[in-house]
Design a protein around this ligand. Structure first.
Ligand code: ADP
Length: 264
């Protein structure tokens, strides 16, 4: 159990949250949202009070991945605060629940919207707030990391050379901000069929890119590496609005997320 963060400087809405964990990737489509959502529901299953903040203003995935009854965020007009919606006990805030179409916004506006959504939400007491970061390491991500006192970061990548190079960028960003990067998840590295294991992106280990990647991991002392296989059920559950760890709590995927949950 983590210690609560109590600081005068913290935005009021964040003062009752013990751990704020960023799930980050340098590219879109590598499985960052899938991992953020399944990690959140695993922590909830382990007994924690959990919230998810979907910070991807341009392409919010949370509304597809979970099925709250109330799909629009409510406002407390008097206090000028946002009430999160909820699905299976996890509190949820996403631009996709803001009741507007996808916006065309410039970077500084995006940072303002993210800041407002995040800090004026009535999160209440939470053990973990999982932030599904917008992909990349640009100004929006930096501003977000500066507003929020992150306690840990998880970086998601796929096993290709270009992605490994990007991981180094992500790790450096968090390192500069003094946020501990506790795990890297290598997603979609293999799948099993007909009793055999296939590596569709090539077998990373031994290649130059893999060695470069491991060097970064060692240099920054990232303590945990996870492999998440390609699983059709993981994709199908993401589309169905029920995370795989909820649909199959005893399954192979749930075990991986339980191990990741212990690390954050
Ligand atoms: P990101 O947040 O990085 O853009 P998503 O989590 O939205 O990525 O994942 C992109 C797509 O890939 C989604 O359709 C998701 O269901 C699917 N996906 C992610 N990880 C896996 C996996 N390990 N196996 C199968 N499908 C996956």
């Amino acid at each position: 159990p983590a210690k609560p963060i109590f600081s005068e400087q913290l935005p009021a809405g964040l003062q009752t949250i013990s751990n704020i964990v960023a799930v980050s990737s340098c590219k879109g489509g590598v499985g960052k949202s899938t991992i953020a959502v399944n990690l959140a529901y695993t922590l909830a299953d382990m007994g924690a009070r959990v919230g998810i903040f979907d910070a991807d203003v341009y392409g919010p995935s949370l509304p597809t991945m979970v099925s709250p009854e109330n799909r629009v965020l409510e406002m407390n007009a008097e206090k000028r605060t946002i009430i999160p919606t909820e699905y299976l006990g996890v509190k949820l805030v996403s631009f996709g629940f803001a009741g507007q179409g996808r916006a065309i916004m410039r970077g500084p506006m995006v940072s303002g919207v993210i800041n407002q959504l995040l800090t004026t939400t009535e999160w209440g007491e939470l053990d973990y707030l999982i932030i599904d970061m917008p992909p990349g390491t640009g100004d929006i991500q930096l501003t977000l990391c500066q507003i929020v006192p992150l306690t840990a970061a998880v970086i998601v990548t796929t096993p290709q050379k270009l992605s490994f190079i990007d991981v180094a960028k992500g790790v450096r960003m968090f390192s500069k901000l003094k946020v501990p990067c506790v795990a890297v998840v290598e997603n979609m590295c293999h799948f099993d069929a007909d009793g055999k294991r296939y590596y569709p992106f090539g077998r990373g280990s031994g290649s130059q890119a893999w060695i470069a990647f491991l060097t970064v991991v060692q240099q920054f002392g990232i303590p945990h590496l996870f492999d998440l296989p390609i699983r059709p059920t993981l994709s199908a559950s993401g589309d169905s609005g029920m995370p795989e760890v909820v649909a199959d709590p005893q399954g192979e995927v749930s075990k991986i997320f339980q191990n990741l949950g212990v690390c954050v």
